[in-house]
Design a protein around this ligand. Sequence first.
Ligand code: SAJ
Length: 426
Amino acid sequence: MKFNRICVLGLGYIGLPTASMFAANGVKVLGVDVNPQVIETLQRGEIHIYEPGLRGLVAQALESGNLTFALQPEPADAFIIAVPTPFYADKRADLSFVRSAAEAILPVLRAGSLVVLESTSPPRTTVDVVAPILNRSGLKAGEDFLLAYSPERVLPGQILKELVENARVIGGVSPASAEAGRELYRTFVKGEIHTTTATTAEMVKLMENTTRDVNIAIANEFARLADRFGVDVWEAISLANLHPRINILRPGPGVGGHCISVDPWFFVEAAPDLTTVIYAARTVNDSQPHFVLQLVKRALNDLNGKRIAALGLAYKPDIDDLRESPAVETAALLAKEGALVRTWEPFKPGHVVPGTRAAASLAEAVSDADLILLLVNHSQLRDLDPLELAKLTPARLALDTVGAWLPKNWEAAGFRLFRLGVGAPD
Ligand code: SAJ
């Protein structure tokens, strides 16, 4: 099958790199987004999201003349849906963006076209939600047009590399649909491409992120146990990981981001009777900011009026993404409990968490603090010299929730260092 012209719906963290990658590899691409501001920004040659290398790739795609933008799709050989699938407050999947993307394709769908859903979705979404919408065209999925599911699996911060190198799974509603998907992505994917059914491919994606969530939950539970039993969890994990078949992940203030803290709920919603472990893991990870709150209370006795410098707000190290961040939640919880919290996020200095104040610099954040709280393992925070920091702050208490700081260095600089997952020894 020949793909001369494709349409990518949704120009966020996945859609924009994907559209640009196809365009840079010689395919005519129409990038579609319902947000006029996004389209205007891109048409001006700017980009609205941060991802290393993305600006250059978009510029290259625009220069080639292959990438254009619009608010509505047009007829194409293939359509890729890469819109968000967030969840509602009660954790049910919000498929409204997937539905409206499918509805936008409806008027321009032609016999023989391929439609690929990339958005992370609950099991059976391609078959039970997308196919019925597209079938309203009078054409039938898997017979008159091709329909497949191919999960994005790229790691934020490394999207451009992983988009090309990662193995890719393409699940079709028919074998021909999966095969067409393989040909489409072969345009730029260097990793292996495996074909299967649409629902299998949906499950693969959810299983990957759920496994990571469960593994982080067990690490967090080990941290709580170590705290109770007077053990250093970081030492215990590194010793356990010497075993050839054990790889315990890192405890921390919780699990954030738009993927791992969201996707396991799709399984729970779809089959609540079968998801005991998955539900328990979500509960542990979601309650981890409350565990940190208890640690801060223990270090300061009483939170009321205490000044806390909260360092880092991103959901993980060395990125600027604050979505579902446990660091943000922890800062807000502390403020709610009466602490005076000043935050410092080096990747988003102006960002204000409700109830707290955003410092314009590290020095400002710590200038009158009673306690320094490390919430994200950003390289620049991990590498802070406690001797230098001691000159900037009256605080002599510090709490490390990510296993970044070496106790002997901090103690030598005059700090009492508390650490998540480290109980008081006998
Ligand atoms: N985290 C820990 N301990 C660890 C590892 C991570 O607490 O040992 C926390 C992080 O701090 C962060 C959260 O987990 O808050 C998630 O971070 P992550 O680096 O594990 O994953 P994401 O959400 O940035 O990206 C994941 C990736 N999935 C897997 O590694 C299985 C990525 O490949 C997916 O493409 C992405 O989700 C997605 O879009 O679904």
